[in-house]
Design a protein around this ligand. Sequence first.
Ligand code: 5GP
Length: 110
Amino acid sequence: MTIFQKILDRQIPARSVAEDEHCLAFHDVNPQAPVHVLVIPKVAVRSLAEATDAGMLGQVMLMAARVARELGIEDSGYRVVLNTNGNAGQTVFHLHAHVLGGRVMTWPPG
Ligand code: 5GP
């Protein structure tokens, strides 16, 4: 079981930001920006590479946009990232979108 499944199951705590029937959003424990929130689907899918449900992916994206709006980074701008497998640095194998904002982002990412 992944750490994110344990967060979904309320076995370990997380600082929740938003929740609906499809997704949970919570603050990253090791933030890389003033706003760094993770959005996870309630279904267990290992990564974007294994996702087949477009509706689920859409719900994750819509929740990411909602979080950005509610945390006040919509106008200043933000980045949504889905690290997928090793070279991208994925460490938790429950699909998740990082919502990063509150500072200027560099491009390309390192
Ligand atoms: P990945 O590297 O897989 O794209 O992102 C995993 C993210 O999960 C990292 O940014 C890491 O800080 C975060 N993370 C890992 N364990 C926990 C935890 O127990 N609680 C929270 N809130 N975030 C976690």
